[in-house]
Design a protein around this ligand. Structure first.
Ligand code: GLN
Length: 283
């Protein structure tokens, strides 16, 4: 099988499976196996693939045809320009979440301490650690397997992060932070039937709250004041329909809310700075 034949066959199999960009994915999978850029493949279409590479390629095409995400098949993805290992135990870091990362980096005071609640692959915590070496970075997750992946990613990138196992803020209840960032599970049960098949490969606990999508925003906004320093900031990633309800929660429990859009024009980040106690009324 030549490179050109392999790409044609891969593209056809992926197209038949309804994969949205069959040609691109076939090229990416083959270029990953050969360790060559995509352009090189196109320039060497008549070159024969050896048996081992041909087998590896076709087995990856078969996985992708079952709608397994490309990132799990390759075992790695990029976030904020840094490499991250990903397994089925962690959510695949999304480009949209880079908006949250940038907002955190911008707003974190010098030498500040930050907690990444529900770190998953560690994408947020590790990237903040790399881009803000002055800061003291903590990250927690309820999944021990996710924490293993996050620790591996901190090591891979030479980032210094304190990892803790536990539910939301429970493992750090005795500590105070200048910032809490979180990309919690926020897809509602109502949205489940309309999702891309790829999402069924990702850990359900990282995507769904089993209810209206707001469960974690309610809980975290209520609990965060106990772990924030005066003037500390709570920053969330949100779903495209959640800016209003999450802003209302922030207004009630934290302080005046702000919002940031993603490149698609949807509200993607919502946050607030903890208002001083004297502003909170005398109830
Ligand atoms: N942004 C993800 C998606 O829509 C959801 C991530 C999450 O629930 N935190 O696929």
């Amino acid at each position: 099988m030549t490179i050109g034949e392999a790409l044609k066959r891969g593209e056809t199999e992926l197209a038949n499976a309804g994969v949205p960009e069959p040609r691109l994915d076939a090229e990416l999978l083959l270029s990953g196996i050969l360790g060559e850029p995509r352009l090189t493949l196109c320039l060497n279409r008549d070159q024969a693939l050896d048996d081992a590479a041909g087998h590896a390629y076709l087995s990856r095409i078969a996985r992708r045809a079952k709608r397994e995400p490309l990132q799990y098949i390759e075992g790695e993805t990029e976030f904020m320009g840094f490499p991250f290992s990903v397994t089925g135990d962690v959510l695949i870091p999304r480009p949209d979440t880079e908006i949250l990362c940038e907002a955190a980096i911008e707003r974190l005071p010098r030498g500040g301490r930050v907690f990444d609640l529900g770190t998953g692959s560690g994408a947020l915590a590790v990237s903040i650690a790399k881009l803000r070496p002055d800061a003291d970075i903590w990250a927690g997750d309820l999944s021990e397997k996710a924490l293993d992946v996050a620790r591996q990613n901190a090591k891979k990138n030479g980032a210094n992060v304190h990892f803790v196992l536990g539910d939301c803020l429970e493992p750090v209840w005795h500590l105070r932070y200048d910032m809490i960032v979180s990309n919690p599970p926020y897809i509602s049960e109502a949205e489940r039937p309309s999702l891309a098949p790829e999402l069924s490969s990702e850990p359900a606990m990282a995507l769904f709250d089993g209810a209206d999508g707001l469960t974690f925003y309610r809980r975290i906004t209520r609990e965060a004041p106990g772990c924030l320093n005066p003037g500390g900031t709570l920053l969330f990633e949100i779903g495209w329909q959640q800016a209003e309800p999450v802003s209302a929660l922030l207004e009630t429990y934290i302080g005046t809310p702000f919002r940031i859009k993603d490149y698609g024009g949807n509200w993607r980040v919502c946050g607030a700075t903890l208002r001083a106690v004297s502003d909170q009324g005398m109830e």
